[in-house]
Design a protein around this ligand. Sequence first.
Ligand SMILES: C[C@@H]1N[C@@H](C#Cc2ccccc2)[C@H](O)[C@@H]1O
Length: 438
Amino acid sequence: EISLQHGAHRLGRRNDADMARWRAYGLGQFIHWGLYSIPGGEWNGKIYNGAAEWIRTWKEVSPQAYDSLIYRFNPIKFNPDSWAAVAGRMGVKYVTITTKHHDGFCLWPSKYTNFTVAHSPYKKDIIGPLVKAYNKQGIDVILYFSIMDWHNPDWRYDIKTRDDSIAFNRFKQFTRNQLLELLTRYPTAKGLWFDGTWDNSWVKQAAFADSLETEMRKLRPGLIIGSRFRADEYGKRHFDSNGNLMGDYEQGWERKIPEKIEDVHGNDWDCVMTIPENQWGYAKTWSGHIKTADELLEMLAKCVSLDGNFVLNFGPKPDGTLRTEEQTLAKAIGDWMTVNKEAIYNGEYAGFAKQDWGYFIKNTGTNKTYMVIFNVPVSGLLRVTTPLHTVINKAYDLGNLTQTYTPEEIGTSTYFIHLHQQTPKKPFVIVLETGETG
Ligand SMILES: C[C@@H]1N[C@@H](C#Cc2ccccc2)[C@H](O)[C@@H]1O
């Protein structure tokens, strides 16, 4: 181990109540909404092949023309209660909302810049009503904040000259001011989801970022900050130069999911996922593979089975409504969660050997382990290998408690569950109530 001033300040998982609440969420919603939602991935009739929220960087787009979109931001159909109702029906426990994406446009009336909703035709704060509406549905809020800010003239990709350094010092104060402003304006926010922290300019700010993280945690005890916020003094991000996780959970799983428990190194983590291959902000034309409800449910079960949270992204339209495809998926996921949510909430790694039919999820603090089944073998036999000294006392369908099973013991800690009849063409859950022997 080397001596670090600005590496991880805690080894292992946080063990406080705020983090336990985050750990139990299972399912979250991401919302990407801002000026980029207006062009929706198109400019002058041409389709941008990148992610819609990055259209400002397209060579076909002049930054000034993009920034003038502020004068067209007027989501007259925006109704946060309807978004929160869709999220509540879907079964999400938390939402991560973009307060400011890389383009620098603020969805709250920040005092530190005019590039905000306050200077758009809409005029009103978006974040406050969103936080209130989601909290009213019992859904916690995490604020997404991009450090990289293309609009701010003091932003730099690297610090090469004294002028760069003077400008970036102004930028650091601006960033600190905005973050303290967000935490003060929205005190019920449970955490900050940082992005846009990969450029050298920010990576070189280990001391400043470390001090700012400490200041934010002091201002808001229990605040949850992920591994993407800051680098250590050697420029190492997410994991410091000693290989220890920085922040409270790993934020490296963007549009990807770990394969096995060893990949998560005993840390908390979240996977943030798009419905199309790679569109976060609203894109008029979705191209390529659009994930189905069953695919998304399998991603959810896989994440929770490996001790993570699954956060599905929505990109609302410029008028403030949700696109039909997203509403349809939210309902399909919600219909499944209505029956099976106890397999997801308070879920953790079960320690059972992974099987091809699906995923094991243990319920924190109880003797229940859930089999979330996606791939029924033609034999109709579901193999279960329990951890040593664990026995199965009861087995039954979560969706039909009278549908019970008598596991056939076929070897040490190994059983077959015989499925009774042709099973539904939908993911389903069998509950195992276990006990310990010896
Ligand atoms: C959560 C997601 N992170 C952002 C990004 C990115 C990115 C940028 C460059 C290379 C790879 C990924 C996306 O715009 C979205 O906000």
